[in-house]
Design a protein around this ligand. Structure first.
Ligand code: T4K
Length: 363
């Protein structure tokens, strides 16, 4: 049993779209399925400007480039490595700030303390799909004239106060990787806020090409191919079903584990419609095993949990010498990286398999 298992729709639903690809021999470069997927994503996510991409990391790199940032970027150390690498690969300096224990997202108070004249943006992550403090981060960005980017890799379909979380900030990026709530094998998307920003993004995703004889920017190849777009079109029709499967698993874990000494759950934040793609628990000193001990015990029973997100990004060799990486600046994130374990959750995790996990966690 793995920490996740990708949702795949019935193959026969996909085949007609694949036959179309075979007939047209149009495999990539904004083909008809890319265009259809883009239009359907726009409606599905209620977001007017969206550009499908090859993956979530390139989506973030392109969004950072489109935002025209410089100097220092305030960000979280508690994420997947793609977040900080995307900042660094754009020749910018990540400045790490601590997170809040209740939702493991960046703490706006710590963000404010770190703003200097070199700061050009905040890159926040909706970790495990928990919405960041959208209002306070926007207020900080507005007061200090900073760009606000969300790495929303975990937050496909997540809504807060009746709105998609993707409606917040200047840019948001999604990942459609196999392990995500919504997958196209590999894939991603960039959400922007205007037609002009989207047009810059589309150009940057296609080598900076404007037309056959005009290349206006040093772009990348970040386009989504037709196969992924075909799968995405079918996956959209199944998202609610897959989400419902995960919701049931989430509910059973919460009912079984809420009173286990030494196991602390992360509550679903108020006014949030989650996508249930991760089930993180804090394994505290009160538990009979350390977090790593529990990881090993689960593994010995064939249950592959994951330590998302350990190691903390600020401790990686390429970041640990940054002044903001000092563990004393990041006590909450340091504890989270030491204590959190993500338990298996996916749409068709059987009750019997889930009970095997729960049994091992019981006192
Ligand atoms: N920002 C954030 C906050 C992210 O979390 C990520 C990616 C990104 C940006 C970048 O997005 P992408 O460029 O990836 O689109 C995984 C994923 O590779 C990565 O996409 C994801 N975050 C990260 C949180 O998790 P690993 O190292 O855990 O993957 P892996 O291969 O060990 O897979 C985990 C488990 O999933 C496996 O034990 C079994 C299962 N699995 C995996 C794959 C690939 C399957 O059942 N089928 C599969 O095809 O990183």
């Amino acid at each position: 049993m793995f920490v996740t298992r990708p949702y795949l729709p019935p193959l026969d639903e996909l085949l007609p779209l694949l036959e179309g690809i075979w007939e047209r021999r149009w495999l990539t470069n904004h083909g008809p399925l890319h265009q259809r997927f883009e239009a359907e994503l726009r409606n599905f996510l209620s977001t007017p400007f969206i550009s499908p991409t090859a993956n979530g990391m390139l989506a973030l790199e392109i969004a950072i480039e489109a935002a025209e940032l410089s100097g220092e970027i305030i960000t979280t150390p508690y994420s997947f490595v793609a977040t900080t690498h995307a900042i660094r690969r754009s020749q910018l300096t990540p400045v790490f700030v601590d997170i809040r224990r209740d939702d493991v997202n960046m703490d706006p108070h710590r963000v404010e303390e770190r703003i200097t004249e070199k700061t050009s943006a905040i890159v926040a992550v909706h970790c495990y799909g928990n919405p960041c403090d959208l209002e306070r981060l926007q207020d900080l960005a507005d007061r200090h004239s900073l760009k606000l980017l969300y790495d929303a890799a975990h937050a496909f379909g997540v809504r807060h106060k009746g709105r998609s979380v993707l409606a917040s900030g200047d840019f948001s990026t999604l990942s459609f990787h196999a392990t995500k709530a919504f997958n196209t094998f590999e894939g991603g998307a960039i959400i922007s806020k205007s037609a002009s920003a989207k047009s810059v993004i589309d150009q940057l995703c296609n080598f900076g090409i404007t037309d056959e004889v005009t290349i206006q920017a040093v772009g990348a190849n970040a386009k989504m191919n037709e196969f992924s777009a075909a799968l995405g079109l079918i996956q959209l029709m199944h998202f609610a079903h897959a989400q419902e499967g995960r919701r049931k698993v989430d509910k059973r874990y919460r009912e079984a584990l809420h009173n286990v000494p030494g196991i602390e759950l992360i509550d679903i934040p108020p006014e949030t419609e989650p996508n249930y793609s991760y089930f993180p628990v804090f394994v505290t000193e009160e538990f009979r095993l350390s977090r790593d001990g529990l990881y090993e015990e689960l593994k010995s029973h064939g249950i592959m949990s994951r330590r998302y997100f350990y190691p903390l990004l600020s401790t990686l060799p390429m970041y640990r010498s940054f002044e903001s990486a000092a563990p004393a600046n990041l006590p909450v994130a340091t504890r989270a990286a030491e204590q959190i374990l993500c338990l298996p959750i996916y749409h068709d995790l059987s009750e019997a398999d889930q009970d095997r996990v729960i049994e091992i966690l019981m006192p």
